[in-house]
Design a protein around this ligand. Structure first.
Ligand code: SAH
Ligand code: AVI
Length: 314
């Protein structure tokens, strides 16, 4: 689970979310060791097109990104197994500018493993992992520029618009003249395709989401029972996000001992586990602008499913 310093903040955030309307669990609970492995399995699913589309763009553009940014430091937020980051590491190594990689992730196990693997495969690189929450712990990023901050996989879509605005504003304040931001964004598309991507036939996505309940039961001495909930992912057309929840089958109460909470669920009540926002250029570009960033490049894959955006401070 998360680094010790982030635990009290996570517990407090969990209490607030569980008492909110609708009830919710912070998405960080999805990424314990098993959750990170399940997410890696998701990235191999035919219905979950995101990583393949992002790979297509990275393959085509990594060289150009390296040339434009001349990055000496690559920071990656929510790095996970950093599989697709290797396109950037390769291109920046070839360009001869990179000497430091700083992956930031709340899931310590996957951070440790991926840092070891990258340090072994890129021996000239200084690998400096930061175990922490990118919503809180951006103060300790390495200072040596030019820096490229990558936030891949459309993980920015797992933040609410206000959290997203806050993160973009803080990144913009952190970035110097020579630094750049690289964002992977899943784009709005046919809802049927989106719903299939989050409700795959093999049930891996459902297992990934349900695993967060198991994590909360274990870590917070909670008594969530899987059989009392059904998996309920929905496209919210107004917000343009996937709203991913578990829905209570019957009215019942759940105790969360470490938070001293008794939660009453009504029959049919949803417990939101995450949102996954989808983007359009005409809506996202103004968001970047309000944060003091501008789009330098907006690349998409051939099918127009996914975008990779290079943004610079204004
Ligand atoms: N970038 C990888 C992994 C995406 S999965 C890819 O594109 O495939 C999302 C990653 O973000 C997970 O590794 C998870 O542990 C991490 N994560 C989620 N919320 C986080 C937070 N608030 N702070 C830091 N890392 C977070
Ligand atoms: C990490 N993040 C971008 C994934 C997504 O698509 O929102 C998490 C995920 N949830 C279910 N499947 C994948």
């Amino acid at each position: 689970m998360p680094e010790t310093s982030t635990v009290p903040a996570l517990y407090e955030a969990t209490r607030r979310s569980l008492q909110a309307e609708p009830k919710e669990l912070p998405a960080v609970w999805l990424y314990d060791e098993r959750g990170s492995l399940l997410y890696e399995e998701i990235t191999q699913l035919p219905d979950y097109y995101l990583p393949r589309r992002e790979t297509e763009i990275l393959r085509a553009r990594a060289g150009e990104i390296a040339e434009r940014t001349q990055a000496r430091t690559l920071v990656e937020l929510g790095s996970g197994d950093a599989r697709r980051t290797r396109f950037l590491l390769d291109a920046l190594t070839t360009a001869g500018t990179l000497d430091r990689f700083a992956p930031v992730d709340v899931s310590e196990e996957i951070l440790r493993e991926s840092s070891w693997a990258i340090a072994a495969d890129y021996p000239a690189l200084s690998v400096e992992p930061i175990a922490g929450d990118f919503g809180r712990d951006l103060d300790s990023l390495p200072a040596e520029g030019p820096r490229l901050v990558a936030f891949l996989g459309s993980t920015i879509g797992n933040l609410y618009p206000a959290q997203r605005a806050d993160l973009l504003a803080r990144l913009s304040a952190e970035l110097g003249r020579d630094d750049a931001l690289l964002l992977g964004l899943d784009l709005v598309k046919d809802p049927a395709r989106l719903e299939r991507a989050y409700d795959d036939r093999t049930g891996v996505t459902q297992a990934f989401v349900r695993n967060a309940l198991t994590a909360v039961d274990r870590e917070l001495d909670a008594m969530f029972e899987q059989r009392r909930f059904v998996y309920d992912p929905r496209w919210d057309a107004e917000q343009e996000w996937m709203d991913i929840a578990l829905r209570a089958l019957t009215a019942h109460t759940v105790s969360v001992a470490r938070l001293d909470l008794e939660l009453a669920f009504e029959a049919g009540e949803r417990l939101r586990m995450e949102i996954s926002a989808k983007f359009r250029r005409e809506r996202f570009e103004p968001e970047l602008r309000s944060a003091g960033l501008r789009v330098e490049e907006w690349w998409t894959d051939r099918a127009g499913d996914f975008a990779l955006v290079l943004a610079l401070p204004e």
